[in-house]
Write a protein that binds this ligand. Structure first.
Ligand SMILES: *[C@@H]1O[C@H](CO)[C@@H](O)[C@H](O)[C@H]1NC(C)=O
Ligand SMILES: *[C@@H]1O[C@H](CO)[C@@H](O)[C@H](O)[C@H]1NC(C)=O
Ligand SMILES: *[C@@H]1O[C@H](CO)[C@@H](O)[C@H](O)[C@H]1NC(C)=O
Length: 305
């Protein structure tokens, strides 16, 4: 039997995409409801998902009151990551993702859906070197979408050292084991020989895939250390990339997701609609006069760092 090249990639690729959702960015602000609840003193983050998000840590039920920026109306989760900037002197211009996607993988291994009120952080916002990054656990890597890329000759969590012909992509995987009796007690199966520690349950493996439109932001390209900076980092380094997730999946769809076990894509439909239909509501900032969306102002709010 012949196996096509594509089939080969799907079968042996390091991760099989069973279902995914695209989300539009709808808010950037100097807040972090998990790390700094109730305050505007975080580095800048870009937010994707339920617009019910504020500076305060929400419950799943509260997120479900919002309008989703993503294509699946059954997913009112909120997802965020540090904002990426094109830097020219002290002019910081956001580089928008061409796509921000959340993938839900290793579904065949999952024992439970994301529990209500589950939230988690992936990555290390203080990371300053490749040694602070655990790629073998969370997959954090930056590369050029075309594949023509230098990731094996530079530290893999720095940005590519020459122009990406298409987008610049980053991926990051979230914890997939949780203690159902203490949701803040969670970890990665990959840290425990590929299985969850005794007493924990396996969830699907959430992975961010962000494809930044560097071509549009910097048409002239770059060579050497690129003029990009994450809100948490320094010029040229992607080490501090991190992600946050608060579960807002409606119960029915979260359970349906556990059926996405094959090698082919499964759309996650639910009582709120088909999983690719987007929503007719308009996302908005719940507190437009609070916090800042300006990079330099956010530094002042952090204490002049
Ligand atoms: C900042 O950079 C952006 C992107 O290159 C440019 O469009 C904008 O005009 C610049 N702003 C200032 C004040 O130089
Ligand atoms: C995160 O980065 C900091 C800063 O370099 C480092 O001290 C710490 O060990 C890292 N944490 C992990 C879990 O690797
Ligand atoms: C975390 O969960 C594991 C497995 O249930 C358990 O052994 C451990 O005591 C828990 N730790 C905390 C701090 O709850």
């Amino acid at each position: 039997m012949r196996v096509s090249a594509l089939g080969f990639i799907l079968l042996v690729g390091y991760s099989t995409a069973l279902t995914d959702i695209e989300h539009k960015p709808f808010l950037r602000k100097n807040m972090d409801p998990i790390i700094f609840p109730g305050q505007y003193k975080s580095h800048m983050h870009s937010f994707y998902g339920s617009d019910a998000i504020t500076k305060d840590l929400p419950t799943t039920a509260e997120l479900q009151q919002g309008c989703p920026s993503g294509e699946n109306p059954n997913d009112l989760s909120i997802y965020w990551a540090p904002t990426l900037y094109y830097v020219q002197g002290d002019n910081y211009t956001e580089i928008y993702p061409a796509t921000f996607k959340t993938y839900y993988e290793n579904v065949d291994k999952a024992e439970i859906p994301f529990p209500p009120n589950f939230y988690a952080v992936a990555g290390n916002a203080s990371a300053k070197s490749q040694a602070d990054v655990s790629e073998n656990i969370n997959a954090l890597t930056w590369w050029c979408d075309t594949g023509a890329d230098d990731r094996n000759t530079r530290p893999r969590a720095t940005f590519p050292r020459s122009t990406c012909a298409a987008h610049m992509q980053v991926i990051l995987r979230f914890p997939d084991c949780v203690d159902p009796n203490n949701l803040q007690n969670h970890t990665y199966a990959a840290m425990n020989g590929g299985v969850c520690p005794t007493g924990m349950k396996r969830m699907v493996s959430l992975r961010f895939s962000v494809r930044y439109n560097t071509q549009k932001a910097i048409p002239q390209g770059w060579s050497g250390i690129p003029p990009f900076q994450l809100a948490c980092g320094v010029l040229g380094d992607g080490y501090c990339f991190h992600g946050d997730f608060i579960n807002g999946w409606f119960d029915d769809a979260a359970k349906t997701m556990l059926q996405a076990k094959g090698q082919t894509f499964m759309r996650i439909d639910g009582a709120h609609g088909n999983g690719k239909q987007y929503s007719s509501c308009k996302t908005k900032d719940q507190n437009p006069t609070e916090g800042t969306s300006d990079y330099l102002t956010s530094l002042t709010a952090m204490g002049g760092a």
